[in-house]
Design a protein around this ligand. Structure first.
Ligand SMILES: NC(=O)c1ccc[n+]([C@@H]2O[C@H](COP(=O)([O-])OP(=O)(O)OC[C@H]3O[C@@H](n4cnc5c(N)ncnc54)[C@H](OP(=O)(O)O)[C@@H]3O)[C@@H](O)[C@H]2O)c1
Length: 333
């Protein structure tokens, strides 16, 4: 496993991180979740990403149990706040009240005194940014989080947060967590140039497009049993947008490209996002340990420019590049 700095910070993280959205506390049973975490640890993954909202707060608790007994200093644990964790009007968003309460809940469920990175899961248009950033600053001063990041923020939102940090003497945001894959490149035009200049690293999610870039979803064929697309507890609704004939047909054409490079399709997809030097880590998910062991082999892989062009030619206009697709809800969910 290779390590990268998280943005312009001194923190090193495994360039492949393990995330537990959809899976822990929902799609997979507790023992399968533990087996995936164990495989991740054995393969050299030290960075784990979760969120308060995943599986209605159960995912953090599963991860906490799976990591129990590990040396805390050898792990980087990331979580997030924004999406609803309860029914009340203050159980969501980035108000000082919810941020302060949510971090306490996360620490309890994760069974740790601090998280390494605390992330605003979306931008909250209903809370003054100064309020959120001061709450985050207080959390850092209290030692409950070591670094602060955001997720799916637009370039102008990140810029404004940096300006406020500068004006008010707060710690700067060190990371952004956007969706990024061969198929979804919306950060390339605005976010990546800004973040490169400002020392903010991308921790990218769904690098395998939720399993689609493994090539296991065949056009015109039944959905593979036991896959996210058949997970009626939630996963199926999320992966659906990728299951289009044109996308699936083109993805099949990546098979010989991966073979030629001596990689599996999943490894090719993960290696592809890691070619971007602004990426600090690719967060991969897994419903079984063999997937983790497959995906980690993408660490350290260099893809040559010719191969990158071949991928672009094959995927053509199925690639989404519109920076306007980075968007947070206008109102709190
Ligand atoms: N910040 C945000 O808003 C946000 C949003 C989404 C995700 N995330 C983070 O990113 C993490 C990863 O997201 P993701 O799970 O969508 O990422 P992903 O790595 O693109 O997809 C993971 C899923 O693909 C399938 N898969 C993975 N490796 C495979 C392999 N080698 N062979 C066959 N199938 C394989 C598995 O699903 P099946 O086996 O069930 O098919 C697995 O659960 C999340 O856990 C979370 O930490 C963040």
């Amino acid at each position: 496993m290779e390590f990268r700095y998280l943005g312009r910070s001194g923190l090193k993280i495994s360039e492949i991180a393990y995330g537990n959205w959809i899976t822990h506390g929902s799609q997979v049973e507790e023992d399968a979740a533990h087996a995936c975490v164990q495989a991740a640890l054995e393969e050299g993954i030290t960075t784990f990403d979760t969120a308060d909202v995943y599986a209605g707060t159960r995912a953090e608790a599963v991860l906490g149990r799976a990591l129990k007994g590990q040396r805390r200093e050898g792990l980087e644990i990331f979580t997030k706040v924004f999406w609803p964790t309860g029914r009340g009007p203050n159980d969501r968003g980035l108000s000082r009240k919810h941020v302060m309460e949510s971090i306490n809940g996360s620490l309890k469920r994760l069974g740790t005194d601090y998280v390494d990175l605390y992330q605003a899961h979306r931008y909250d248009h209903e809370t003054p940014l100064e309020e959120t950033l001061r709450a985050f600053e207080d959390i850092v001063r209290q030692g409950k989080a070591l670094y602060i990041g955001v997720s799916e923020w637009r370039a102008e939102e990140i810029m404004r947060a940096l300006e406020i940090a500068e004006e008010m003497g707060f710690d700067r945001i060190i990371s952004n967590q956007p969706q990024y894959s061969m198929l979804w490149r919306v950060i390339e035009e605005e976010i990546v140039p800004l973040c490169t200049a400002e020392g903010i690293g991308q921790i990218v999610w769904s690098p395998i497009a939720q399993g689609v870039l493994t090539g296991k979803y065949l056009p015109g064929s039944p959905l593979p049993a036991g896959s996210r697309a058949t997970d009626e507890s939630g996963g199926a609704g999320f992966v659906k947008s990728w299951l289009e004939e044109d996308i699936l047909t083109r993805v099949q054409k990546l098979k010989p490209v991966a073979q030629e490079a001596g990689l599996t399709m999943a490894q090719l997809a993960v290696a592809w996002v890691l070619q971007n030097p602004n990426v600090s880590a690719a967060i991969v998910g897994a419903s079984r340990p063999e997937q983790v062991r497959d995906n980690v082999k993408a660490s350290g892989v260099k893809l040559d420019p010719e191969l990158m062009t071949q991928i672009d030619d094959i995927l053509g206009d199925t690639v989404e590049r519109d920076p306007g697709k980075t968007v947070s809800p206008a109102k709190r969910p």
